[in-house]
Design a protein around this ligand. Structure first.
Ligand code: M6R
Length: 634
């Protein structure tokens, strides 16, 4: 949620900030801004320029191009509104009353109300509705106190002001701040929101995420919670919460794709849907290489001991990642025989179930930054750590597309889904990657716990190997069908998605995708549940999309579809061609694969149909309203 970037060095800051923000726009895009400090020839003090705009980053580019924003030091921000509407006055950077201190922040200052009231009592006038604005005012107050003590304006003084203010801020934040009186100092602070420092040639940078740094440097220093740092043209000083100097070696950005390129596709989302055959190919090469023994046809990502003594699994996640978790739970229970429960991370945080023994907790998050998922995992870890009984020992696994994220610093066992950078705000190829991670775990647990015969395990593994070609074919075919169907949805206001068993989560995912990018109201139901209420909604204006893949519930789903047809609903089927599936008005033909692997294919028409409906409506598919790629607030 929100992206921040900062730079200090020998080059003009504004173009670097704008480029960094472009890479962070997926984190929020309702307004943006930057502030730079230009050194003045006749004084050691600088001049602070601040530019802010409502709307997409293009507006900020235009403003900076027109009016300029000089200086070699600067901070920038792209916003996803939490406190206050997306208006220019609420856009970052926020400044103190003198206009000399400027701050950008990502996260939420939870106690901002009481801080604001106290500052207002002291006579401070606020100019925005944001939680962030308390920070520059608090910093300015500390700077005043420090100068009264005889301190000269310096980077060290600005750092100390941040150190004094930090304990008063509750909540999560990544902050970058500059002060006109110190044109050679950029101060940053981090608590429960991502912030990475970049060490470039002749410049130092900071950003909420690595893609904003990748164009400038591959040498990075991820900050830890509670740390603050001073960046000057000469180097970095890093301090922990207790203000003790820290020495840590920088790391190198891994060689994963960091380039934002749409190739020939109209939108990133469409490109990313098409990339899924490649995602599957890469996953198979890594996890199901040829030559593995029959008794274990999957390359285990963890040591044997990881799988031992696990009697149950709990999965914590949000949104699409939770849907992947639901498919995972079906596989782990029904194929590998391990009782598995899935929780909304945001619910689990405040109402966890009683502690169960010998439990593996899995956090699923493509971004690795989702605040609810991280907090739920931390809370679960903490309550297990305080238990003396070995049965309740904490064992956690994180499934993510961002191995350098906060999740990886929090959880020791990480499964990198390796789907490559996903720019479209809605998850497509990362969902497929998460599903594949669960297939790998299912094979591993089934083999390790000996719950399935070698034959069954090898059959599932062989079916997965056929996936890339099947994906390639149906993506091509369903892309064309979806495009020709999209116009039928121009007036549609509600859509119902039905699925059963392992495909019920895919119905949920189909409904979520459609809501997110087309703004059409959609709900996913277990097909058998429709007659218990939702059927009342059906008429000619409410299309029903039904997933009917061969397997134990095939006939049942078809009967449920018939019930919808009898109420005049337009019926769209995700099913194999055959006499039974002639009931559908439109059919997305599916290969006759085993039910186990069917979700990996049935999700494709869900993604493509949503995409084409939204694109046909002329909507901003890659940056839908009100959403952000990583939800770093509670
Ligand atoms: O980064 P995460 O996977 O933890 O994100 C969780 C949800 O915010 C995310 O899946 C959201 O539902 C997406 N917009 C789905 O397209």
């Amino acid at each position: 949620m929100c992206g921040i970037v900062g730079v200090i060095g020998s080059r003009e800051a504004a173009p670097l900030l704008l480029e960094g923000l472009r890479q962070l726009e997926y984190r929020g895009y309702d307004s943006s801004g930057l502030a730079t400090i230009n050194t003045q020839e006749d004084s050691s003090c600088g001049h602070l320029t601040c530019k802010r705009v409502k709307g997409k980053l293009g507006n900020l580019n235009a403003l900076v191009e027109k009016e300029g924003s000089p200086g070699h030091l600067g901070i920038g921000h792209t916003r996803w509104a939490t406190h206050g509407k997306p208006e220019e006055c609420n856009a970052h950077p926020h400044r103190d009353v003198s206009g000399e201190v400027a701050v950008v922040q990502n996260g939420i200052i939870e106690n901002h109300r009481s801080l604001r009231q106290a500052l207002e009592k002291e006579g401070v006038e606020f100019s925005s509705e944001t939680d962030t604005e308390v920070v520059p005012h608090l910093i300015a107050r500390e700077l005043k106190l420090l100068s009264k003590d005889g301190r000269q304006a310096s980077g060290a003084m600005l750092l100390e002001a941040m150190h004094r203010v930090s304990p008063n801020l509750r909540g999560s934040y990544a902050i970058a701040l500059i002060w006109a009186q110190t044109p050679d100092a950029l101060v940053v602070a981090k608590r429960q929101a991502p912030l990475v420092i970049g060490l470039g040639e002749g410049e130092f940078l900071c950003a909420s995420d690595t893609p904003a740094l990748a164009g400038f440097t591959r040498t990075i220093l991820p900050m830890e919670d509670g740390e603050i740092a001073l960046l000057t043209p000469l180097g970095i000083e890093l301090y922990d919460e207790k203000y003790k100097r820290q020495k840590r070696s920088p790391a190198l950005l891994s060689g994963v794709e960091h380039v934002v390129d749409k190739r020939n596709f109209r939108h990133f989302m469409l490109k990313e849907i098409h990339e899924q055959s490649e995602t599957a190919e890469l996953w198979i090469a890594r996890h199901l290489p040829t030559g593995l023994p029959l008794e274990l046809p999957v390359a285990l990502p963890f040591q044997d001991s990881f799988y031992e003594g696990i009697d149950q699994i709990q999965i914590l996640a949000c949104g699409t990642s939770r849907h992947a978790g639901l498919v995972g739970a079906y596989l782990l229970e029904q194929f590998a025989g391990i009782p598995t429960t899935v929780f909304y991370a945001s619910e689990f945080r405040y109402a966890p179930p009683p502690l169960a023994p010998n439990t593996l907790t899995i956090g699923v998050t493509q971004s690795g930054e989702t605040a609810d998922t991280l907090a739920a995992l931390a809370m679960e870890d903490a309550r297990r750590q305080t238990c003396n009984d070995l049965k309740f020992i904490s064992r956690q696994l994180g499934i993510t597309n961002r191995p350098e994220s906060s999740l990886s610093r929090q959880v020791s066992n990480i499964l990198d889904i390796g789907a490559g950078l996903e720019i479209g705000v809605v998850a497509t190829k990362t969902f497929l990657g998460q599903l594949l991670a669960f297939y790998g775990l299912t094979l591993a647990f089934a083999a390790r716990h000996k719950r399935r015969s070698y034959e069954e395990i090898n059959t599932l593994s062989d079916e997965l190997k056929a996936l890339p070609n099947q994906l390639r074919e149906i993506i091509k075919q369903h892309d064309a069908i979806s495009e020709s169907l999209a116009h039928k949805f121009s007036e549609t206001q509600d859509v119902i998605f039905l699925g059963r068993g392992i495909n019920y989560p895919i119905a949920l995912e189909g409904a979520l995708k459609l809501k997110e990018i087309s703004y059409i109201h959609a709900e996913g139901y277990p097909a058998g549940e429709m007659k218990h209420g939702p059927i009342a909604l059906l008429d000619t204006k409410v299309p029903v999309i039904s997933i009917a893949m061969p397997g134990v519930v095939f006939d049942k789903v078809l009967s449920n579809a018939q019930e919808a047809k009898a109420r005049d609903a337009e019926l769209i089927g995700i099913a194999p061609i055959g006499s039974e599936t002639e009931i559908f008005d439109t059919l997305f033909p599916m290969p006759k694969v085993s039910e186990w692997i069917s979700p990996l294919l049935s999700v494709i028409p869900m993604q493509l149909l949503s995409y084409h409906i939204a694109a046909h409506r002329g909507l901003d598919v890659d940056q839908p309203r009100n959403l952000a790629k990583s939800v770093t607030v509670e």
